[in-house]
Write a protein that binds this ligand. Structure first.
Ligand code: PAF
Length: 252
């Protein structure tokens, strides 16, 4: 069965009335779906009566116009994948539908969102939290699924749900990696074969628990990998690097 595509909020809200006693599992995405998203959708399918995926390339979380423009858009393939995974509905709104206020209102976290990725991409997490809040208010999921690959994003969303007494459960799903250890990401599609090899080297260098941050940085530099940051946070080690002009993040 083909997944039903919904483009407008009124259309979805009408439908939502019929799910009132059901569990609704939600997987928000920006499209260019891969096996990492598939895992989130499988979990949602296994744990809920209704499964909804959204695709919205959210401009307010991009602090770089070129990055937004180059973000991969593969709607037909995405629709095949969500249909294959028995997703009930795909919500694909336009900018004006999501931002009737033209982003005059936003959600901001004042500490952790300013560190790591947030330090290097000012305003990024304001955009993420704002769009996720909007999506939660529209979709009204009982469960929402996020990958640990975007660890800082996941922690901030959990914090927002707690801070605003939001009535849903955030489900953490472990990072999916290829057979050489590279974390799956929509951005990987922008890398050449050579670039993928380098990205795999990045993942393997980062995943050496006994090495210090300084050692990790030295090894990355030795491989000519441009470092944005490598830092520890709690029991995690997180990093962002640039390969062939593509920004990649990972954490172990
Ligand atoms: O992780 C993503 O794809 C995005 O940041 C999200 C959560 C869909 C918000 O736009």
């Amino acid at each position: 069965m083909r997944t039903n595509v919904i483009n407008t909020i009124p259309e979805y809200l009408e439908l939502r009335k019929s799910f009132s006693n059901k569990t609704v599992g939600f997987v928000p995405t920006m499209g260019a779906l891969h096996e990492g998203h598939a895992e989130l959708l499988r979990r949602a399918r296994a744990e809920n009566d209704i499964v909804i995926c959204s695709i919205f390339v959210n401009p307010t979380q991009f602090n770089n116009a070129e990055d937004l423009e180059k973000y991969p858009r593969t709607l037909n393939n995405d629709l095949d994948l969500v249909s294959h995974l028995r997703t009930d509905y795909l919500f694909c709104p336009e900018f004006n539908e999501m931002y009737p206020d033209k982003y005059l209102y936003k959600i901001e976290e004042k500490e952790f969102s300013k560190r790591l990725c947030g330090f290097h991409r000012p305003g990024h997490f304001d955009g993420v939290l704002t769009v996720v809040m909007k999506l939660f208010n529209i979709i009204k999921p009982t469960h929402a699924y996020f990958g640990e690959k975007d660890y800082q994003q996941l922690s901030l969303i959990e914090g927002m749900v707690h801070a605003f007494f939001m009535d849903l459960k955030i489900v953490r799903v472990p990072t999916i990696r290829n057979s050489n250890g590279l974390a799956l990401s929509s951005r990987n599609t922008r890398l050449s074969t050579q670039g993928i090899k380098k990205a795999e080297i990045f993942a393997n260098i980062l995943n050496q628990p006994k090495k210090t941050i300084e050692d990790i940085k030295k090894e990355l530099t030795h491989e000519n990998i441009e470092i944005e940051y490598v830092e520890s946070y709690g029991s995690r080690r997180l990093a962002a690097v640039w390969i062939e002009g593509v920004r990649l993040i990972d954490n172990v």
